[in-house]
Design a protein around this ligand. Structure first.
Ligand code: ADP
Ligand code: MG
Length: 690
């Protein structure tokens, strides 16, 4: 009922407000009820002025002792209030009408609410909400006052009015309870209706601290229900997956054997383990959905190559996709080096292939002549047609969302048969989080690096010591080693970033006599960039000045020094990825973070974490703690699993119970499953219907 009732039916909601609410995803009264307060104010009790604490918001009442307009640096209206509890309180208004200024008469009583601040000589409130005593006959509020996340043009008073109406309707038409009564009893959670009323209008004795930390049972109950809804939806999706056929990739193993023989190294135990996990999945007649996690340099590419060869052996095509063209190019290059001797010619399809060349490449894919295709997400495009795609490999998963994965599956879907999917990421996601957000995927982890790697030593150095850093570069290059100099984004503009890199390259060449300096950035032509990178890889260049494009593209074991300028601008995961370009050989490697002082607290913390560990897993945990799940998973960009109330990190502890309840609901109360999904995921559950 409330899920069908449009907000426009509420009093005070015209087309303008409707449109603003829609911006926040609020269309129905039920949506409004699930739009929970961000925080609360306590207007339930008057605080004596003598007991005010700076930083708190408080309701006070007092008598005006003095009021007047002060002309200082900024003209302001000052009003002194006392209540006999000790010191006075200064109210300050910078914007005021003459009517307002005359209304504040000594002797009048006024009640006001605002944050308390420490002023010059007394505590202050700036622009408090206020009322004169003649305007109120009522007692202070009986409940805590909610403050809602808002959008431009919707006042808090409107939010309160609207949620008030919604709560009245809630009483008259309570939505069905979706969680089994025994579950609620066992977890000591309130009913849905109780929880909603509590969160929108908490009683005065409610703990502000618990409410704010979102750990109050009323809040946890909603988070729990949302987690259950997601688990139900993911389980249904799995069932759908299990009902789709996939080609059984049973090859003879010949190509794989030959690749292994030609490799200059042996696979690590961890690599062997995941190779088996993947190979076993590919032998099933249901599509594999596997997430392969492994730190930078853990050796995921060769694992991908072995999987691709299995598809080829079975007479199917394989596709490898990377998030950016440069990385796809790098993959193409490594695969070519490995596979050409085996008679396999990988095809590279990039955005820059146009006209006749493009048509030829597309034709090669469409007629099935190209067996292994490497590219970016451009491989999603309709013009790319695979006649017998058996396996799709996606590198750097966090940039691809659930929807894209589904689309891709649809792409290979011929006559109800979908390709297998292997998704690779160097951003490790803690297992519990993966279970919540990627519960449609199985997990494989490469948890060891190939032998012979020496850990990278990381140091943070202020910009004022740039000369020393340049001297170190000179020294390293004179000893026959190579170095990277990474210039990071100063403005949010690729053009400016490239300009900065050009400028750095020029300056560094001047200061580094005898050092051969190369430059790569996103604006160079491919051929130019290619020749610079190849030159550096071959050792014809000593120093490579680059923008963050090298994040994913380079593998040069002799490079043992990396300078990162303005590291404070990058996220932890990205810094870790960059740093992964060094430490690939046997020489001890160094990463110098050349920062511009002074650093903010968060930036300092991030650099300290980077210095303290080389483990991508640990860094991911920190990233999660510092930036939250949304950022780490990249859900904002991709539209993957998003939560309204739950937070997969904060509410981790609820996940196992949510999984159990989801099973129970699907088994015993299938009607509730539909209700839950409609309530929490609504139209977003597109993937359940593929
Ligand atoms: P990532 O997991 O970051 O994609 P890569 O696949 O690029 O890592 O591998 C990094 C480097 O390690 C490559 O030069 C690769 O050839 C090499 N490599 C991979 N596996 C092994 C191994 N078992 N022993 C030694 N070197 C390896
Ligand atoms: Mg890689």
């Amino acid at each position: 009922m409330l899920d069908r009732l449009a907000v426009s039916r509420l009093k005070g909601v015209g087309p303008r407000i409707s449109e603003r609410l829609a911006r926040l995803g609020i269309q129905t009264v039920q949506d409004l009820l699930f739009h929970l307060p961000l925080r609360y104010q306590d207007r339930t009790r008057l605080v004596p002025i003598g007991e005010l604490i700076p930083g708190d918001e408080a309701l006070v009442e007092g008598e005006i002792r003095e009021a007047g307009i002060a002309v200082g640096r900024r003209r302001s209206l000052k009003v002194w209030l006392t209540d006999g509890s000790g010191a006075g309180l200064l109210l300050r208004f910078f914007h005021f009408s003459s009517q307002q200024s005359t209304a504040f008469k000594p002797g009048a009583r006024v009640r006001c609410f605002a944050e308390v601040r420490e002023g010059y000589s007394s505590l202050e409130m700036v622009h408090p909400e206020y009322r004169f005593s003649s305007d109120w006959e009522v007692e202070p509020e009986s409940r805590l006052t909610p403050v809602y996340p808002s959008t431009e043009g919707v006042q808090q008073s409107s939010w309160r009015g609207l949620t008030g109406q919604a709560l009245d309707l809630l009483g008259a038409h309570p939505p069905p309870e979706c969680l089994p009564a025994e579950t609620l009893a066992r977890l000591a959670m309130p009913s849905l209706v109780e929880a909603l009323i509590y969160l929108h209008r908490p009683p005065r004795e409610a703990s502000l601290v618990d409410l704010q930390a979102r750990c109050h049972p009323a809040f946890r109950r909603l988070a729990f229900e949302e987690l259950v809804a997601h688990q139900v939806s993911l389980r249904r999706m799995r069932a759908v997956q299990r009902s789709i056929a996939a080609p059984v990739l049973e090859g003879g193993g010949e190509l794989r054997r030959r690749l292994r023989q030609s490799l200059p190294f042996r696979l690590t135990e961890a690599q062997e383990r995941v190779v088996v996990e993947i190979a076993t999945d590919l032998l099933r007649d249901r599509p594999m959905q596997r997430l392969l996690q492994g730190d930078v340099g853990a050796g995921k590419t060769v694992v991908a190559a072995l999987a691709a060869l299995q598809a080829l052996e079975a007479g199917r095509q394989a596709a490898l996709m990377a998030p950016i063209e440069l990385l796809s190019e790098q993959h193409h290059r490594s695969l070519k080096a490995w596979l050409r001797p085996l008679g396999v010619e990988p095809l590279w399809l990039a955005g820059r292939h146009r006209g006749g060349e493009r048509a030829d490449l597309l034709a090669a894919i469409a007629c099935g002549r190209a067996r292994l295709v490497v590219g970016t997400h451009a491989l999603f495009q309709d013009e790319v047609v695979f006649p017998d795609l058996g396996l799709v490999i996606i590198d750097e998963q966090h940039r691809f969302g659930v929807l894209q994965r589904m689309k891709l599956r649809a792409k290979g879907d011929r006559a109800g048969c979908a390709p297998h999917q292997l998704i690779m990421t160097a951003t490790p996601i803690p297992r519990s989080l993966a279970m919540t957000c990627y519960a449609d995927l199985d997990l494989s982890v490469i948890d060891e690096l190939p032998p012979g790697r020496t850990p990278v030593t990381t140091a943070a150095i202020p910009d004022s010591r740039r000369d020393e850093v340049i001297a170190r570069v000179l020294n390293a290059c004179r000893q026959g080693r190579q170095a990277y100099w990474v210039c990071t984004l100063i403005e949010e503009s690729e053009a400016l970033e490239c300009q900065a890199a050009e400028e750095s390259a020029r300056r560094l060449s001047e200061r580094l006599p005898g050092v051969r300096v190369g430059l790569v950035h996103g604006r160079l032509r491919t051929s130019e960039r290619d020749s610079v990178m190849t030159g550096f890889a071959k050792g014809d260049l000593d120093l490579l000045v680059a923008t963050t494009v090298i994040e994913v593209g380079m593998d040069v074991p002799n490079a043992s020094l990396m300078i990162i300028e303005n590291p404070e601008r990058l996220g932890l995961a990205q810094l870790h990825q960059l740093r992964g370009r060094v430490g690939r050989g046997a020489v001890a490697s160094h990463c110098l973070l050349l920062y511009r002082a002074p650093l903010s607290g968060v930036a300092r913390e991030r650099l300290a974490i980077l210095r303290s560990t080389n483990s991508g897993f640990e860094i991911a945990e920190w990233d999660l703690a510092l930036r939250g799940a949304g950022e780490v998973l990249g859900t904002r960009q991709t539209g993957a699993v998003q939560f309204r109330v739950a937070d997969p990190v904060r509410d981790q502890g609820l996940v196992p119970a949510a999984q159990a309840v989801a099973e129970q609901i699907l088994g015993r109360y299938p009607d509730l499953a539909g209700l839950l999904i409609a309530r929490w995921l609504g139209a977003r559950e597109v993937y359940g219907q593929v």
